[in-house]
Design a binder for this molecule. Structure first.
Ligand SMILES: [Zn+2]
Length: 486
């Protein structure tokens, strides 16, 4: 029997946002009502919150912080090859562990990692990703991103507009769907450490042929893996869906039988009320990724529309190349603030308690986890915040201040399944050694991917030209803010 009683602290209910002083009893990995025989820890002056869930990130991107200043999504996709290239399993492990450290120090207990899996998942690399999360003590779904069509070839008309040498560097022959599915199945054919499960991420609808997407969903369901896709992340993606299939990406996914309670739509910006109703009807979930959406100029996801359809979106940071900070407190802050930018009434604004529920209950739904409710029977996944910090001085409304002012610097402890995996702000692995290894990796990594990076950078002006000059059909709605030109 293992356990601990946290006593004397405030407890913020993730279901209501209500804050009370009460004991929180951790026993055998879950929250319990029975404190008998357990040691006690006085946490007066601190606050217990449910463990935060990062519902969409990319562990391989943690070595790419700062590479993308003014990149729209399509620059990121053009650069996807070099950003994941040139790594051995140790680099993959260290990249993932760096993100795990970042997220733990921001109060995260569970992570949905869309790890790179192209051209096909590498079992050694996936094992390194899993080991990093296991060593950090985080729960994780590891979903390799897969596709049988390259980015440039998936956009109608793009390759034709490129100079021949640029087209040759970006265009790739499509993979054979059956052969790729076999490689995926083999690459993921090993058991994962406790607390870590598989997902599969056919990355973007139009980068997947019908045969591949149907096969991938079928494989995932036979194996009990969850499914996660980037859906309507940019205006161009919504346009391409109309061009290819005469509807939205959600229409396409529904028609192929891809949607279900195991399915998460990441970003979900350029969708309408009908799409969210479809997702809700199939019991699917949505990962709202507001920092990345802003950083990439992708638009504002209509969170209130999702909620009115009956969805409870999870919150996410995305990978470190498109949000840089792996901060779920910031995700809550962005979610509340962005909901107020459209011309709508105040009752449509996301309040702090709702954002806290999205970051916990919504994220758990994306990952297929039992939600951390801090009530008896729930998993003992929780974070302790010091209230003796600037964010909480003076202490007027702890949940509002957590959402509007907290940066992560108040996080003292994190528990996952009742085990303390961050203590006094320190994870249980050697962070100094990790930083030293990363410093050693970077010159080798830069050298190994230099040619691929140069080729992608040469293509970016042409991608920009395509984006700027393509005819933009009227979608009937917008997800960027209209500004009066006067
Ligand atoms: Zn992503």
């Amino acid at each position: 029997m293992t356990g601990l009683v946290l006593t004397g602290g405030l407890v913020a209910c993730p279901l209501t946002g209500a804050v009370t002083v009460r004991d929180v009893i951790l026993r055998d990995g879950v929250i319990s009502a029975d404190a008998a025989g357990l040691p006690r820890r006085d946490i007066s002056g601190q606050m217990v919150i449910a463990g935060l869930v990062n519902a969409h990130t990319h562990g391989h991107a943690n070595l790419n912080k700062g590479v993308a200043d003014r990149w729209p999504l399509e620059f990121s996709l053009t650069s996807g090859g070099w950003m994941a290239a040139g790594r051995d399993a140790q680099m993959v492990y260290d990249s993932t562990l760096l993100g795990a450290w970042d997220m733990l120090s921001k109060g995260v207990t569970a992570v949905y990692d869309l790890a790179v899996g192209m051209p096909a998942p590498d079992p050694d690399h996936l094992a390194a990703v899993a080991q990093a999360y296991a060593d950090a003590g985080l729960r994780a779904v590891i979903a390799p991103m897969v596709a049988d069509i390259g980015f440039a070839d998936s956009i109608p008309g793009l390759v034709e507009t490129l100079p021949p040498e640029i087209a040759a560097s970006l265009s790739t022959a499509p993979q054979d769907p059956e052969a790729l599915l076999t490689r995926i199945d083999k690459g993921m054919g090993f058991a994962l450490p406790e607390g870590i499960t598989w997902g599969l991420a056919p990355t973007i609808p139009h980068q997947c042929s019908e045969a591949f997407l149907r096969g991938a969903a079928d494989l995932a369901r036979r194996r009990g893996w969850r499914l996660h896709m980037h859906v309507a992340e940019s205006r161009l993606q919504a346009e391409v869906a109309r061009q290819l299939w005469g509807g939205s990406p959600v229409d396409r996914l529904e028609s192929l039988g891809i949607l279900g309670p195991d399915f998460t739509a990441g970003h979900a910006i350029w969708l309408g009320a009908r799409d969210f109703a479809t997702l809700a009807r199939h019991g699917a979930s949505v990962a709202h990724i507001p920092a990345s959406n802003q950083r990439l100029g992708a638009g504002v996801a209509p969170v209130q529309m999702m909620r009115e359809a009956g969805l409870t979106p999870g919150l996410a940071t995305d990978g470190a190349n498109s949000s840089d900070a792996m901060n779920t407190f910031e995700a809550m802050r962005h979610a509340t603030n962005l909901s107020r930018l459209s011309e709508t009434t105040r009752d449509h604004w996301i309040d702090a308690a709702t954002a806290y529920g999205m970051a916990t209950q919504g994220g758990a739904a994306c990952m297929g986890l039992a939600p951390s409710t801090l009530r008896p029977g729930a998993p003992a996944d929780l974070t302790i915040l010091s209230l003796d910090t600037l964010a909480f001085t003076p202490l007027n409304d702890p949940v509002v201040q957590m959402v509007t002012a907290e940066t992560g610097s108040s996080v003292t402890s994190v528990f996952v399944a009742g085990r303390e995996v961050l203590t006094d702000g320190q994870p249980r692995f050697d962070t100094r050694a990790l930083r030293a290894r990363i410093a050693r990796h970077m010159p080798a990594l830069e050298a190994a991917r230099a040619d691929q990076r140069a080729a992608a950078e040469a293509a970016l002006p042409h991608i920009q030209q395509f984006l700027d000059t393509r005819p933009k059909p009227d979608l009937g709605f917008t997800r960027t803010l209209p500004m009066d030109p006067s």
